[in-house]
Design a protein around this ligand. Structure first.
Ligand code: 3MF
Ligand code: MG
Ligand code: MG
Length: 412
């Protein structure tokens, strides 16, 4: 192939995207509770040690693009859209009104708001720092985010605490930091109750998001399970308002099985919100688009969530790769992430109604025929052949992922 002139490259990408097929209409995409974060679309491709590769882009354009794609919900950090110095001031409300107008014009809803408690230098020692002034400021910030959330009609508030100021072990007392962190969550919940009452709206669902490591050193609440223990610790004044926003990759990063982590959250009734993306075990937070690394695991995750009637948001917390252009972000990155999610979700429905998986599962649950009070040997023998079904089910899941169950075969 000859080198492709710059002015023909977008057309090439668009033509090949079209040739890929398998995309859904914006109307279909809007039927799913999929949210697009402001920060994901605005991510300029900068990484530790690496310069940005894309120009800046504001919320007006992002909302227009999300609407065109069919992403019906939007989420934002306070400082993604409001300069830190304007927070809580009149200038903030002017921006919030502009956001409201842009949401209305594009038919996009604000589903979630979140407070940035990690990027600004004020958080150098975390939002639960020793200095009372920093903690008061954190309380102001989360309360202010609650106000913005109610104003924009959000149903969820998320808290990713960043690193909680934990560079050096022994320099802080972890129990102090956790108490102080709880105070900020309590301030948000108390403000929420007040505003919800004034506005006649339901209170927000407050969701804690864990990440095991990065960008700094040790993390006080590294996993969703740690967050569950924190919610149940007695430190929160309104534990019933607080649940989880697990992120698929954050669980994978510490070596967990995301599906098992989600199962524990479901059992606790705390799976409120879910950040969807992909990546690699025991590495940094690469935030690759859903299904590009672990599509089979994703299928299994969605089977679990569909089986248990999860109906919260699926938040596209991924980062379009540094190699993707601004054009590519909205022509390739977001639509394909949404479409892979929809395909996997619908496939999960196929798994649930698949007669082979169903019969195999029923047989496993029925167990082998055995006399009452049989001992270990007899029980082992009675179930021996049935247990092969575990592998058969795993094979069937792969077949469904690959479309083999619909008769796709390879002749050799
Ligand atoms: C970091 C994250 C965060 C959180 C966000 C939500 C920037 O790895 O995943 O995204 O999701 O702060 O509150
Ligand atoms: Mg996240
Ligand atoms: Mg992340």
């Amino acid at each position: 192939m000859k080198p492709i002139p710059e002015n023909q490259q977008q057309a090439l990408v668009a033509r090949l995207m079209n040739a890929c097929g398998g995309s859904y209409s914006p109307e279909t995409r809007r039927k799913y509770f999929i949210s697009g974060p402001q920060w994901a679309a605005a991510y300029q491709g900068q990484a530790l040690f690496h310069a940005p590769t894309r120009p800046a882009i504001g919320f007006e354009e992002i909302l227009r693009k999300y609407a065109e794609i069919g992403i019906g919900y939007w989420a934002t950090h306070d400082t993604d859209v409001i300069p830190t110095e304007a927070l809580g001031k009149d200038a903030q409300w002017e921006i919030v009104d502009r956001i409201q107008k842009a949401l209305g014009e594009n038919g996009v809803k604000c589903s979630m708001v979140t407070t940035e408690t990690f990027h600004h230098a004020v958080w150098a020692a975390g939002p639960a720092a020793e200095a009372p002034g920093v903690r008061d400021y954190a309380a102001f910030r989360v309360r202010n985010t609650v106000d913005i959330g109610h104003h924009l009609g959000a149903g969820f508030a998320v808290y990713w605490p960043g690193s909680l100021g934990y560079y050096v072990q022994g320099a802080i007392d972890e129990t102090d930091s956790l108490r102080w962190y709880a105070e900020a969550i309590n301030a948000a919940c108390e403000r929420d109750i007040e505003v919800a009452r004034q506005k006649g709206r339901p209170v927000l669902k407050h969701c804690l998001e864990a990440k095991p490591f990065e960008p700094q050193a040790e993390i006080l609440l590294p996993t969703s399970d740690a967050m569950l223990a924190f919610i149940a610790s007695g430190l929160l004044t309104h534990p019933e308002m607080v649940g989880l926003n697990p992120e698929y990759l954050h669980e994978l990063m510490w070596g967990a099985a995301p599906r098992a982590a989600l199962a524990r959250a479901l059992l606790a009734g705390k799976l409120f919100h879910f950040d969807i993306n992909d990546g690699y075990r025991l590495k940094h937070d690469v935030d690759i688009g859903i299904g590009l690394v672990n599509p089979l695991d994703w299928l299994k995750v969605l089977v679990l969530l569909r089986s248990h009637g999860y109906n919260g948001p699926f938040n596209l917390d991924f980062k379009p790769p540094r190699t993707t252009s601004q054009f590519g972000v909205f022509e390739v990155s977001f639509p394909t992430a949404v479409d892979r999610f929809i395909t996997l979700w619908e496939m999960a429905g196929e798994v649930i109604s698949d007669p082979i998986i169903k019969e195999a599962t029923d047989a496993l649950k029925a167990g082998g025929e055995v006399a009452d009070s049989a001992g270990a040997e007899a029980l082992t023998k009675a179930n021996r052949e049935l247990l092969t079904l575990h592998e058969l089910i795993a094979h069937r899941l792969v077949q469904i992922l690959l479309g083999v169950h619909r008769g796709r075969v390879y002749s050799v």
